[in-house]
Design a protein. Structure first.
Ligand code: FE2
Length: 208
């Protein structure tokens, strides 16, 4: 008799309707106003060829500056703690603490190439506006670079065997993953803007 054991799972944590519609609507207004008024951020995007707007490099205190981001952060804190428990992390009385949180406004033709989020433990995105045809988020098998001569997977293989897996979340939903997991947002082919709030968590001791 033979058996196969699966080891080293890669978890994606998903919460649909993580925030009420009113919060998502407020976030949309705040994100669009930042994309018009954050001059330092707009200049950073121009300089670095970022097609669209991100507050990633210009504003590191959104939750302090604008109350709606603080409301969002409180919701995210609860999910990050639940995710840490699901991952069986031994965090010795600590808890996941939001280290950074930023807005992304991706217009038609915008994309975000494959990347990881260094120096954090949980990363994720809360979806604010996802027009019809907007790009999904695509996760890549973290072992891909080690596979060398491994054959490709069959197109109809179960999701957990695929080397790239797409999620297309609805507004109000949220995804979290471990920060080492490489992901990308392919070209936004929708006419409207794709708006999201991304974040990084570290392990800390702050009460929330
Ligand atoms: Fe990312």
């Amino acid at each position: 008799m033979s058996t196969i054991t699966s080891l080293f799972p890669t978890h994606i944590y998903r919460a649909d309707k993580a925030g009420p519609d009113t919060l998502t609507a407020e976030l949309e207004v705040a994100a669009l106003s930042l994309s018009r008024d954050d001059i330092a951020g707009i200049k950073w995007c121009e300089k670095h060829g970022y097609n669209g707007y991100t507050s990633y490099a210009s504003l590191n205190d959104l939750a302090w500056r604008i109350p709606v981001f603080q409301k969002l952060e409180r919701i995210l804190d609860r999910h990050a703690l639940a995710f840490a428990k699901a991952l069986h992390w031994d965090i010795k009385g600590g808890r996941p603490v939001c280290d950074s949180l930023w807005v992304n406004v991706l217009p038609e033709g915008g994309s975000h190439t494959g990347h990881i989020h260094p120096n954090s433990v949980i990363s994720g995105t809360y979806y604010v506006k996802v027009p019809q045809g907007a790009g999904p988020i695509v996760y890549e098998d973290p072992r891909l670079a080690r596979m060398m001569a491994a054959p490709p997977r069959k197109k109809n293989a179960p999701q957990e065997f695929q080397s790239h897996v797409s999620f297309r979340p609805a507004p109000g939903s949220m995804l979290m993953w471990e920060s080492w997991l490489r992901h990308e947002v392919p070209l936004n082919r929708a006419e409207g803007e794709r708006i999201s709030v991304s974040f990084n968590y570290v392990i800390g001791n702050r009460e929330s």
